[in-house]
Design a protein around this ligand. Structure first.
Ligand code: PGA
Length: 251
């Protein structure tokens, strides 16, 4: 099996502003720049990207966006295109469950966004995950497999893809999936990738997300198919986020 470098990515969601975002990025840089063996990514709100990208440019901490339009440019009020992000970010989160649930993004939308991200030379962090009712009905595996396969329709840039399995019931609830649940589902994601791109399956990083913190990261990282974490709440505190980076760096 190919050796996969772990990824710790922070999704700041709609938190911080231009000034406090820059400060948070500065603290994360100070505390984690020297840690090796792990890819570090912060995904601040759009308005903070320019300053943070300038601050972190050339450092070991990469910058990502939380969303992007699938359209190139034009009459799409309030939207941001991939060409606007070029030079500011290296990664873009697509298909986060909050975008799917609150803004009605479909897997077809997510596939179009992933394609736009790739055409711009950027790396998608593509999110999938089931809601509680789906898990309780015993359908988590088939739901996530279908969701991932349709979100990857037409996808080509397998060598750079990052996938994040994030069960909706674990996001922001303080109730993370158990490491067994997270392993089972990240393995399902990897099998979907194996079906679509057999040669890439062992090199694509599959992350777990949902209430990850310094208390549960070690056990999650011990699982063979979990290659890191997409982190919400715990990414807003530099100390806590740096602990996750340290855990992955030494994992
Ligand atoms: P959380 O969010 O770590 O606050 O649960 C994870 C995510 O939404 O990516």
């Amino acid at each position: 099996m190919a050796i996969r470098t772990p990824v710790i990515a922070g999704n700041w969601k709609m938190n911080t502003d231009v000034v406090s975002g820059l400060e948070l990025a500065r603290e994360i840089l100070e505390q984690s720049d020297g840690i090796t063996g792990v890819e570090k990514i912060v995904c601040p709100p759009f308005v903070a990207l320019a300053g943070i990208s300038e601050l972190l440019g050339g450092s070991s901490v990469h910058v990502g966006a939380q969303n992007v339009s699938a359209n190139e440019n034009g009459a799409y009020t309030g939207e941001i295109s991939t060409s606007m992000l070029e030079g500011l970010v290296s990664h873009v989160i697509v298909g986060h469950s909050e975008r799917r649930a609150l803004y009605n993004e479909t897997s077809a939308d997510v596939a179009a966004k992933a394609a736009a991200v790739v055409s711009a030379g950027l790396i998608p962090i593509l999110c999938v995950g089931e809601a509680l009712e789906i898990r309780q009905a015993g359908n988590a595996i088939s739901f996530v497999a279908d969701q991932l396969e349709s979100s990857l329709a037409g996808y080509t840039a397998w060598e750079s893809l990052i996938v994040a399995y994030e069960p909706v019931w674990a996001i922001g609830t303080g109730e993370a999936a158990t490491s067994e649940q997270a392993q089972e589902m990240t393995a399902v994601c990897r099998e979907v990738i194996r079906k679509l791109a057999p040669n890439a399956a062992d090199s694509v990083r599959v992350l777990y997300g949902g209430s990850v913190n310094s208390g549960n990261i070690d056990e999650l990282l011990e699982q063979p198919d979990i290659d890191g974490a997409l982190v919400g709440g715990a990414s807003l505190k530099a100390d806590e986020f740096s602990k996750l980076i340290t855990a992955a760096g030494s994992a």
